[in-house]
Design a protein around this ligand. Sequence first.
Ligand SMILES: CC(C)(COP(=O)(O)OP(=O)(O)OC[C@H]1O[C@@H](n2cnc3c(N)ncnc32)[C@H](O)[C@@H]1OP(=O)(O)O)[C@@H](O)C(=O)NCCC(=O)NCCS
Length: 214
Amino acid sequence: MFLYKKIIKNGYVIQNSQPEHAKQLEGLQRKVFPTLSNSEIMTAAHYLKHIQVFPEGQFVVLDGEKVIGMSSTMRYHLSYEPHTFLEISDNLWIEGTHEPNGDWLYGLDVGVDPDYRSQGIAREIYRARQEVARHFGLKGQITVGMMNGYGKVEDEFTVEEYFDKLMNRDLIDPTVSAQQKLGFKIISLITDYLDDPTCGNAGVLMTMEATHEV
Ligand SMILES: CC(C)(COP(=O)(O)OP(=O)(O)OC[C@H]1O[C@@H](n2cnc3c(N)ncnc32)[C@H](O)[C@@H]1OP(=O)(O)O)[C@@H](O)C(=O)NCCC(=O)NCCS
């Protein structure tokens, strides 16, 4: 089995998630996605299932014993069809949607504890995901980024207008702009991807080729 473990800045460690991290991962989910609907928050039980289904694709970042970063992924094919977060994740369990032979790595989330942001931790998580994609000979990563800056300007723009501005780089979004900076290319807008007012329920489908250096 391909196991990933790397010491990064400040002695933090990024590695594959283990069952003992599941409870803390649930706590970090709730902290990182405070406005996401409860039905879309991954719980400890979901994390235990992810580790069982696709252990190589599950990540934690640790400061000592404390979980400060996380990411859940699965294998899938590249599809431009609109879908929801719950559909693609098999209601967060991934068991029914993870394709053992899928040729892309679908990233379901990335989260970094607010107290540890802007230290390059998300960059390390996307790097680790690239390593997994390369190890399995995949074409790259897919993600659907949340336009987390939209809620602040929802009275001024529609979701579609905000998305057009992002495409033209006329505004900076806290999440999608960070993902663009890391090398993701925008494909399309998916309205009604999930249930979170801060992003107008919308997501941005993006891909990153496996050859890209994060
Ligand atoms: C988005 C998020 C994961 C970034 O984590 P982070 O560890 O602070 O990010 P990094 O420090 O690795 O930054 C990576 C790059 O993105 C840029 N970036 C980070 N936050 C940014 C922001 N708010 N606006 C614009 N760019 C940003 C950084 O400048 C950096 O580029 P650089 O190295 O060239 O300077 C974190 O803010 C988060 O957990 N947000 C809430 C959850 C979320 O929206 N997750 C993604 C959708 S599932």
